[in-house]
Design a protein. Structure first.
Lengths: 250, 319, 287
């Protein structure tokens, strides 16, 4: 059996006196579509922040392709092959869709970002590639539009396009379907499903039917700890998981 | 800013060139024209930081003073030509800015602004504490007008001096325009809009900020050297907090959206200083009111006013 | 440099540091609550110092200024909030900084217009013009008085914030303005009260400092920079951090003025630089 692409061991994140995640082990297989679910406040986004480098864990270690990356800053992880989208839309609102994606492409185009003596080199940051990415997420018709003027669903799509720009091996998608209408949900679900196994995808989502439909593996968190892990079948029939959700149902 | 504004060279470059050539003939005195050049170059350093990266600096006066003193010392005590002295001053500005930047860039937002003010104040006390080097309260004097380089082109000729300063000023402007319209500039712009996203895309935000701070320090030091050439003297006030404030106010009033704003703000402020200070010593009051008006109503400074008056649609912009 | 002289210098520094503390704690508390740094804070200090001078001129003693100056500063703070600051709450942070900066310039120009550009002397109040003998040291009574006042302020602030209902409301408002609104408190009023109080503290510092260093138009600028150093080192929003940092730089300044007077002020910033190089988050080390 091949080594997992990403391993987290004994991961813990603490804010002051509040322990957001404790003693978490996670193993993501190459080419898997791995979902992380759990009730609100379970620590899912904190986990993502630790895995993607936005927040340094207080305990534990993370390894990517065997290399320790626990303390590697987020901007460096992108160059190693990890990438993420954000739960709260975090795009450049005043720039166009084209520029948003171009910036994402430029970041991984070698030393292009540091060229201060000339205009952007189209052979290094290809407009065609940007258009392609926009097309993939269904934004081809809005390529020149100002990002802040897009509908919510379109902005979520842009998030995904930007995350895909760096051609990542491992893609973290934080609630990509949040706030989307039914059509968008369906299309995005298919898009995400198509990403694996060429890429490995780790997904946080609340939309249970989508999660159960497309995931290879599901990890369930509650109150900062892992309470279950397995195939969609196994999770569906897991009593503890039901408890965790029903117990915290508002 | 429109797509047009982000190309280099563009109409702004042309406008700057024409204005610099025309100024000696339009303005009542060559000295005023030269003063505007010095202040415009200094203000440009604030414009670069605030307009491009979104960093508010109350401390560019530190580098202005540094450049002034370094060039003065080189010219008076080491018989260095103006070109070389100016270059050396700019390099010194970059070095010190890089060092200070290493400390400052670790802090975000308001901490950053406060640190720039603290460093500006430190510069002042540094100059005061070493009077043998800087002349202390009395300033550094007798920096007699030298030649540009290799004993050619004596700067004792006021028109030649203006020409040299204009060249330096234009060079700085063209350089900043070039940076803004480059991939590097697009990253600075992205950082200004959303630095956490820039970080998540793979940009080492701190390094880019440090680079911007370094360049801005060099530009401010350049203007300090220009000031020395103009005055043949370095007053202590070149490095006090008010110096920092003057540069910042000039860039704000003109509008930080474009390098042209630095020039406009400098022109307005210099003209006000020249015409008002003999009449009313407390003319800074008007400047303060102007600043309030700018912050509350004229978000893009006087440049923005020009835009409103010409009714150019603000959102024809693109990345 | 004998131990005795050093100790005297340190004690002197405590006096200076305490004034720096009162000056800075208002700034840091306002930031902790309102996420807003007041660049006119030094102006409050300066205006109050001039008020103390005026009081001393009219009444022959500066003591009434200890009440009048803080009051004046509080009014100044409230008026500037009403007239200017409240327009900036929806604008980016830079706007608030720049508006208060402009306000500081206006204040400085006004004082210069009224009192002129030269510095003025403010006599130490009669009752404190003597000295106190503390175990072999001769210590000016006024400085001791300043330390006493500052200590009293520090203690009462701590009690007010940690132990009273008002303090609890203030702390809650800092964490969650909406929730406090739902509980029936107007968070805007809470902030305004805090802002006025912060201004009053700067005013008290100004009145206390006036007899020690005189008054002149540029003192506000200098005070602002020092308050910034204290707050940078102590951490924005940290009461104990402000105290520690203020004492540190007060003592540094005092000791330096005995060894190398020309570099006394410089050393404040030197210490700041060194500390930041090793602890970027300041003394209290909050990341």
């Amino acid at each position: 059996m091949a080594d997992p692409l990403l391993i987290a061991r004994g991961l813990g994140v603490r804010f002051g006196s509040f322990q957001a995640i404790s003693d978490l082990d996670l193993s993501v297989s190459l080419g898997a579509l791995h979902s992380v679910i759990g009730p609100n406040g379970a620590g899912k986004t904190t986990l993502f922040n630790a895995l993607s480098g936005t927040r340094r864990p207080t305990q534990g270690e993370i390894r990517f392709r065997g290399l320790p990356i626990t303390n590697v800053p987020a901007c460096r992880r992108v160059h190693l092959g990890l990438s993420r989208s954000f739960q709260l839309t975090n795009i450049f609102r005043d720039l166009s869709v084209a520029e948003n994606i171009s910036l994402a492409l430029q970041a991984v185009a070698g030393r292009e970002a540091w060229a201060f003596w000339r205009a952007r080199d189209p052979s290094r940051v290809s407009r065609d590639r940007a258009a392609e990415l926009a097309q993939t997420v269904g934004l081809a018709s809005r390529f020149e539009a100002r990002a802040g003027d897009l509908s919510h669903g379109a902005q979520r799509a842009l998030e995904i396009a930007m995350a895909l720009s760096s051609d990542p091996k491992l893609l973290f998608l934080d609630e990509p379907l949040a706030g989307m209408g039914l059509d968008d949900v369906h299309r995005t679900k298919l898009l995400i499903r198509r990403l694996a196994p060429e890429r490995t995808v780790v997904l946080i989502e609340h939309n249970m039917s989508v999660v159960l439909d497309i995931s290879d593996t599901i990890t369930v968190l509650a109150q900062g700890r892992k309470i279950a892990e397995g195939s969609p079948q196994q999770i569906r029939s897991n009593a503890e998981v039901k408890n965790a959700y029903l117990g915290s149902a508002a | 800013m429109t797509m047009e504004d982000l190309r280099f060279p563009n109409w702004i470059t042309l406008a700057m060139g024409v204005t610099l050539v025309a100024m000696p003939w339009i303005l009542p005195s060559l000295t005023l024209a030269s003063e505007i050049l010095v202040l415009a170059t200094g203000a440009l350093s604030c414009t670069l930081l605030l307009g491009s990266v979104g960093l508010l600096s109350f401390g560019q006066g530190l580098y202005f003073g540094l450049g002034a003193y370094v060039s003065a010392i080189l010219i008076r005590d080491f018989a260095v030509g103006a070109m070389a002295a100016t270059l050396a001053a700019s390099v010194a500005g970059c070095l010190v800015a890089a060092l200070a930047g290493l400390l400052i860039v670790r802090r975000q937002g308001v901490y950053f602004v406060m640190l720039t003010l603290a460093f500006a104040q430190m510069g002042f006390f540094l100059a005061l504490a070493f009077p043998k080097l800087t002349g202390g309260e009395n300033g550094f004097g007798n920096v007699t007008r030298t030649t540009v380089a290799f004993e050619q082109l004596p700067l004792s000729n006021p028109l030649l001096l203006y020409g040299f300063l204009a060249l330096l000023c234009f060079g700085a402007f063209a350089f900043v325009q070039r940076i803004i319209a480059s991939p590097f500039g697009s990253v600075l712009n992205a950082i200004r809009h959303n630095d956490s996203r820039a970080e998540a895309l793979g940009y080492d935000v701190r390094r880019f900020k440090l680079a911007a701070i370094t360049i801005a320090g060099g530009i401010a030091a350049l203007s300090g050297a220009m000031n020395t050439l103009l005055l043949s003297f370095v007053p202590l006030s070149a490095i006090d907090v008010e110096s920092s404030e003057r540069l910042l106010i000039a860039s704000l009033i003109g509008g930080v959206g474009s390098p042209l704003g630095a020039f406009i703000g400098a022109a307005v402020l210099s003209a006000m200083s020249d015409f008002l200070s003999p009449i009313w010593p407390r003319w800074s009051t008007i400047v303060a009111v102007l600043l309030i008006v700018t912050v509350l109503f004229l978000r893009d400074g006087l440049l923005g006013l020009g835009r409103i008056l010409r009714r150019r649609p603000k959102d024809a912009l693109n990345g | 440099m004998s131990a005795q002289v050093l100790t005297f210098g340190a004690l002197n520094g405590v006096g200076i540091g305490m004034i720096y503390f009162i000056l800075s704690v208002g700034l840091t508390m306002i930031f902790g609550l309102m996420q807003f740094v007041n660049f006119a804070h030094g102006a409050f200090y300066m205006v109050s110092a001039y008020a103390a001078f005026a009081v001393a001129q009219w009444t022959g003693s500066v003591l009434p200024a200890l009440l009048i100056s803080p009051l004046l500063a509080a009014i100044f703070a409230l008026v500037s909030e009403r007239v200017l600051l409240q327009r900036t709450y929806n604008l980016p942070h830079e706007s608030q900084i720049l508006i208060t900066f402009a306000l500081a310039i206006l204040a400085q120009e006004s004082m210069t217009m009224i009192f002129g550009t030269l510095g003025k002397n403010v006599p130490v109040p009669e009752v404190f013009s003597g000295v106190v003998i503390l175990g072999g040291f001769v210590y000016p009574s006024y400085r001791l008085f300043v330390v006493g006042v500052a200590a009293a302020v520090a203690v009462s602030m701590w009690v007010a914030i940690e132990r009273t209902r008002f303090g609890a409301v203030v702390r809650a408002a800092a964490e969650n303005p909406e929730m406090v609104g739902l509980l029936g408190f107007d968070s805007r009023k809470v902030f305004m009260a805090a802002f006025a109080f912060g201004g009053a503290l700067a005013g008290l510092a100004g009145a206390l400092a006036a007899p020690l260093r005189g008054v002149e138009p540029l003192m506000g600028r200098e005070a602002l920079a020092i308050a910034f150093v204290v707050v940078i080192l102590g951490g924005l929003g940290s009461f104990s951090g402000a105290l520690l940092a203020a004492l540190l730089i007060g003592i540094t300044q005092s000791l330096m003025s005995m060894i190398w007077p020309g570099g006394a002020h410089l050393m404040i910033y030197g210490v700041m630089t060194v500390i930041l190089a090793f602890r970027p988050a300041g003394l209290m080390g909050r990341a």
